[in-house]
Design a protein around this ligand. Sequence first.
Ligand SMILES: Cc1cc2nc3c(=O)[nH]c(=O)nc-3n(C[C@H](O)[C@H](O)[C@H](O)COP(=O)(O)O)c2cc1C
Length: 221
Amino acid sequence: MTAPTFDDFVNRLDDSLVVVTTASDDQRAGCVVGFHSQCSIEPARYAVWLSKANLTYRMALFASHIAVHAITDADRPLFELFGGTSGDRTEKFALCEWSVGPGGVPLLDECPSRMVLEVTSRLDDGSDHVCFVGVPVEIELGAPSTPMRLSSSASTAAGHEPTERTTPSELTASETSVEHRDAMDDARRRELENAAAGAGHAIDLGAIDLQDDEPDRRGTS
Ligand SMILES: Cc1cc2nc3c(=O)[nH]c(=O)nc-3n(C[C@H](O)[C@H](O)[C@H](O)COP(=O)(O)O)c2cc1C
C-alpha cells in the first residue's frame, strides 16, 4: 500500500470555499479562496491566503479591507466566475451585482453571509501564497446554509496557476499584454452570459470590451 500524500490529507479535510474581494482606489478584485481560517479568538482575527499569481493578491497588497463571502453549491456561477477566471482578463464586477462596503470593498449581493476585515498584517513565508490577517469590522448573516466545499470544485480550472508571476514589464507594457490576448470568442461570451444569467443577472457582454485567454488548466490558484 502506498503512503498517503499531503493531498490525500488535505482532501480528507474537505475545506469550505469562500469568495474574497478587495479594492484599491477605484479598482476591484476577487477570487475563490480555499485557504482561510479564524486565527485568533481574543482579539478576533481571521486569515486568508492569497496566491502570488492572482490579481486579488496584487490588489490586496494596497487595500485596507478585504471581504470574505460564504458560498454554497447553489452559487456555482459565482464560483466559476471568481475561481475560474482572472480579473487580469475578465471584468468580474461587470458580471455580478455588488455594493460598496467599508474601505470600498465590493460586497456581492448574491452572498448574504459575509464579513469585512480590516487588514492588520501580511505574512509571506516564501511559499506561493501570502497570509492576510484582519480584524472583523462588519458581519452579515443570511439564512443558515451549507458551505460549498473543495470536493465539489473538481471540474473548475483556476484562473491562474500558483506558479505564475506577473512581471513588472507585463504590468506596465500594456500594448505588449494586449497583443498576447485573444478576443473573446462567441462561445466563451455565451458561457459567461449564461453563468451570469444563472446567478440571476441578465447581461450583454457584446457591449463590453472583454478579453479572454483563460487557459484550460487545473489547479487551485
Ligand atoms: C477550489 C479552488 C480553491 C482556490 N483557493 C485559492 C486560495 O486559497 N487562494 C487564492 O489566492 N486562490 C485560490 N484559488 C484560485 C483563484 O480563485 C483563481 O486563480 C482566480 O481565477 C484568481 O482570480 P484573480 O486573478 O482575478 O485574482 C482557488 C481556486 C479554486 C477553483
